[in-house]
Structures are given as C-alpha cells and as structure tokens.
Write a protein that binds this ligand. Sequence first.
Ligand SMILES: Cc1cc2nc3c(=O)[nH]c(=O)nc-3n(C[C@H](O)[C@H](O)[C@H](O)COP(=O)(O)OP(=O)(O)OC[C@H]3O[C@@H](n4cnc5c(N)ncnc54)[C@H](O)[C@@H]3O)c2cc1C
Length: 223
Amino acid sequence: MIDKRPTCIVRCTGVADVIDTVNVARTHGVTLAVRGAGHNIAGTALCDGGIVADLSRMKGIRLDLAAQTVRAQPGVTWGDLDRETQAFGLAVPGGIVSTTGIAGLTLGGGFGWLTRTYGYTCDNLLSVDIVTADGAFLTASENEHADLFWGIRGGGGNFGIITSFEYRLRPVGPTVLAGLVLYRRDVGGTRSRSPLTPLGGAGDAPGRGRGPGRRARDGHRPP
Ligand SMILES: Cc1cc2nc3c(=O)[nH]c(=O)nc-3n(C[C@H](O)[C@H](O)[C@H](O)COP(=O)(O)OP(=O)(O)OC[C@H]3O[C@@H](n4cnc5c(N)ncnc54)[C@H](O)[C@@H]3O)c2cc1C
C-alpha cells in the first residue's frame, strides 16, 4: 500500500541518535521523515530519497506511581503501554488497536475507548522531550515552551521529533465491562435528544454526564 524508497534509514536507539540525524539532514539539505510505530496508512512516516529516523526501537516505559504519570518513548505501541500500566490498574486513554503507535496517535490528538470518560490522548499529555529542526533538545509542557506544547497536541509531527511522552495515568480496570448498552424507547423517550443520537454522545463528556449514557455507565460499573 505504501511504496516509498528512502535513501537511508537510521534506526535510532536514543536521543543522541535523533539529534545527530536531524543535524545531518539539515546540514546536507536532505528530506527527513520520522517513523514511530509506522501505523499511519498515508505513509507519512516515510519519504522518497531522503532519510528516515526510525524510532521503533525506542521502547522505554517508566511509571511514576506516586505521581500517577508514565513516560514512554516513541517506538512504544498502545499494546506495550497498556501491558505496563494495567499491571497497576492504570491506563492512558489511547487508540482502539494495540499495534498503533503512541507517537503518531498522540500527535494527532488521539481518541479511543476511554475518550468519553477521560478525554483525548493529547488532553492527558503532560510534557514531551523534543528535538527541534536546529538540533536543540527541549522539554515542552504547559509551563515550558507552552506555544510549542500547544501545537504538538494535535498538530501532528511537524514541530520536531518527540523523544519522550509524559502522560497522566487514569484508574482503569484491570477488569473492565465492555459492550453495548441499549434502552427501551419508553425509558429515554421523554428526553429531547433524537432517537438517532448514539448513547454516550456529546452530553457524555467528562464533567457533563447528565445523559442516559452516563447514568447507564455509572449504574453498570463492575464491583
Ligand atoms: C488499524 C488502525 C487503527 C487506528 N485506530 C485509531 C484510534 O483508535 N484512535 C486514533 O486516534 N487513531 C487511530 N488510528 C490512526 C493512528 O493514530 C495514526 O495512523 C497514527 O499516526 C499512528 O501512529 P504511529 O506512531 O504508529 O505512526 P507512524 O506512521 O510511525 O507516524 C505517523 C505520523 O507521526 C509522525 N511521527 C511519528 N513519531 C513521531 C515522533 N516521535 N516525533 C514526531 N513525529 C512523529 C510521523 O512522521 C508520521 O507523520 C488508527 C490507524 C490504524 C491503521
């Protein structure tokens, strides 16, 4: 499906490799593409004739249970991250497919099973370490390089190469209830929402849970 032929693929194993790759590409005026887990079907992680910084070997994950945060490198997939966080009954709201990379998904905003309860993936991002086009290594958060941090949360990979993501952890499971919740028409019929509005829709966002979807979920939580 994707047929692109880079001249060189650099299999980065750490921040130093990323900085060197950015500097070589800039110095020689070569196109540079960045690959996280390679799940983007448009093939934006590759390029023709340039350099690919392949980050798929950067798979470090470290939880801080006291702070309820986790740091993960850009080669990590949602399956990798869930495996570590679920050992402690915690999770980061991510995508619905385990093989998708945390990097591209987070940079695109990211939505999945937990979004209605805990927001988009980028809402749960606390900071990133990033190598910018001039080869500088920065940390961006609400308090440091806040404009860069704003752009990263949904702006895609256009602002530099992220070498570490720090997320807020949320309590989830490890036993969770999943499935479809249906109501008889007479139960929700007096409400103003359209019969076509899916249960757990916009009114079900965190802090606004007054719709039948929210009531149902509260009433069906596992013990
Ligand atoms: C089967 C499938 C299911 C999906 N399900 C969901 C879903 O449930 N929710 C959802 O939100 N999305 C979903 N997506 C979309 C997915 O989030 C995007 O395709 C995402 O880009 C994948 O990230 P990746 O790291 O695997 O991809 P890659 O192809 O490696 O990268 C995607 C883009 O991000 C850039 N990038 C990657 N890593 C970095 C980095 N460290 N620094 C800077 N730029 C970087 C790349 O250059 C590229 O432009 C799904 C996609 C597929 C194919």
